[in-house]
Design a protein around this ligand. Structure first.
Ligand code: TXA
Ligand code: MG
Length: 337
């Protein structure tokens, strides 16, 4: 199958182009589209045959459930039966935006979306192109990230094509994803609510709206789709935590050791430390204090190292607050914990 690329200017959306993509959804096709977090691979959520194609294209295991994307809060009522006050409060506060809510599902949702669970994950994305695309499709859109299963999520249309060219019908190119890490997933069917995946909305912000939010711990509950190794480039990833010169020294020692074994090494460093790695192949993730920039660079830099054929990526950690929690979560998973 040939993958059609439809380029859309987010500041001046041409409805004709979006309608072409929406028609493909109505026909049971697969369309990759930009969101503010990462690119998604969409299909009509009420068409189980179309949704099955997502799993096939991504090589994703069927036990990993999908997020359903809607264009407005009111569409929640098509997907879930009991909507609590805190769900509505969170939706008012954070939608459209990078927050996914896990709620009790209504019976009409196909099992293939929820991996047979009695809950469903839902979000309203903030990206204007995504919203127009969902509206014109006139159906909720089931969409995981538009990468091959286990690979770093795509933040550009080119990343989508690198993984899925000729496996999907259309990719809508709406430019670079602003945030660069996936949505925060909050399970509201647990009491207290549990963050299953840190992401674009920080836990600090969630706690201001809903009391007692807890962070998912590996040993406590197991959510489907929470694989220890994920978001991985082809290169092996090592994460070196800590700070300042101790961290730099440790990384240089490791890099030298790998170089002696004739392995090529890429160092992913904070902007302020770049100069300390003279003579090594090094890329910047952004200033350590600017976590938004670090998040938006993370996946694309991992993919760049892959394109350059690096064997091992040694990454500096960032501080674990706000968006830094999501960044460190992705880095740990890329490293296989
Ligand atoms: O930002 C995002 O969330 C992006 C964009 C495209 O919206 N999507 C995304 O989807 O990251 P995906 O498929 O890569 O991750 C979805 C994860 C699943 O792996 C699973 O862990 C969780 O959402 N999930 C989905 N449904 C769930 C459910 N009913 N209960 C618990 N976890 C669920
Ligand atoms: Mg994913």
């Amino acid at each position: 199958m040939k993958t059609e690329i439809i380029t859309v200017n987010p500041d001046n959306i041409n409805p004709v182009y979006i309608k072409t993509a929406a028609e493909k959804i109505k026909d049971g096709g697969l369309v990759a589209f930009p969101t503010e977090t990462v690119y998604g691979l969409g299909a009509d959520a009420f068409n189980p045959k179309a949704v099955a194609k997502i799993f096939e294209a991504k090589k994703r295991p069927f036990e990993d459930p999908l997020i359903v994307h809607i264009a407005q809060k009111e569409d929640l009522y098509k997907l879930t039966e009991d909507i609590s006050d805190s769900a509505l409060k969170l939706a008012d506060e954070f939608w459209p935006g990078p927050l996914t809510l896990v709620l009790k599902k209504s019976k009409n949702i196909p099992d293939i979306i929820t991996a047979g669970l009695d809950t469903v994950a839902i979000r309203v994305p903030a990206d204007k192109v995504a919203l127009a695309f969902i509206k014109f499709s006139e159906t909720p859109i089931a969409a995981p990230s538009a990468n091959l299963f286990g690979r770093p999520s795509p933040t550009t249309a080119q990343h989508v094509l690198d993984d899925l060219n000729e496996k999907i019908d259309i990719v809508i190119d709406g430019g670079r994803a602003l945030i660069g890490v996936e949505s925060t997933i909050l399970d509201l069917t647990q009491n207290p609510p549990v963050v299953l995946r840190p992401g674009g909305v920080s836990i600090e912000k969630l706690k201001k709206v809903v009391k007692g939010v807890e962070i998912y711990k590996q040993d406590k509950i197991l959510s489907p789709g929470m694989y220890p190794r994920h978001y991985s480039p082809k290169a092996k990833v090592m994460l070196v935590e800590g700070n300042g010169n101790v961290q730099v020294k440790k990384i240089k020692n490791l890099a030298c050791r790998f170089n002696l074994q004739e392995l090529s090494v890429g160092i992913l460093a904070k902007e302020e430390n770049i100069d300390k790695y003279n003579g090594f192949k090094v890329k910047s993730i952004g200033q350590g204090n600017d976590l938004a920039v670090c998040a938006s660079n993370l996946f694309s830099v991992l993919r760049e190292f892959d394109k350059e054929g690096v064997d091992t990526i040694i990454a500096e950690g960032v501080k674990e607050e706000e968006l830094g929690l999501a960044i460190m979560n992705r880095l740990r998973k890329a490293a296989g914990e």
